[in-house]
Design a protein around this ligand. Sequence first.
Ligand SMILES: [Zn+2]
Length: 281
Amino acid sequence: MIANYFILFIFGACIGSFLNVVVLRYNPEKTALLGRHLGGRSRCRSCGKSLRWFELIPVLSFAFQGGKCRGCRQKISWQYPIVEILSGAILVAAYWKWGFTPEALLISLFALSLLVLSFIDFYFQVIPDELNLFIGFLGLIFVFFGAWDKSFGPTEGSFIGYYASVLGFRQNIFINHLAAAVFAGLLFYGLIFLTRGKGMGVGDAKLALAAGLFIGWPDIVLALMFSFVLGGLFGFVALVSRKKKMKDLLPFGPFMAAGILLIVFLGFNICHGYLRFFNLV
Ligand SMILES: [Zn+2]
């Protein structure tokens, strides 16, 4: 058992090391996310030195080199170990919750896509269409699998388990996930319309729609609630500490990703804990 977790973490960290390349070589001017610019050897971002194999080991290389390039002693971005560790953690968490199952695989791909998208949105203030389309596609597979096999997916067909039953739309999985996508899409396009495009971007709306299709109703409502709370708190702290001004744009993708992943991995525990705290169950 422990060995499985260990191997999955290392495997995830290797995927993370590839995802770092996807993020850093992303070019918003080019349409293809995985274009020709992914080829070639990895180099130091400051001095251009080609990296040897032992400088490409996830997490460990960064740790042993003290976060500095061996050639020019320039600091290496913290993004590398962070993405590697988070990717490893995603596979471990999916295995812990769902074992070696198709849902664990789909949820891992979903979570890894959210991770890449968060970093791209953070650096470039854009969420690539390819990633939103890929998430929508994963959502469709998730729904069809769920319709075909009743034991597929989270307990009671929701990441918050039986608590979902009070919020309706439980008879049909297609209607449930479609309702979630429509709700999330309308909410964000409505926000874009009301704020005249100053708050959210179209990429955020597409992501909300695609993620709604994947996680269904009412999970998407809770996930978006969490993301607004997280984004609001972070924005407030950034304003107070004068790191950002009111007119600065705060990319919303990372907060949406965080809210969604909180619900996917801990939704039931959060609802249960909340209701227990107020003595409601
Ligand atoms: Zn260097």
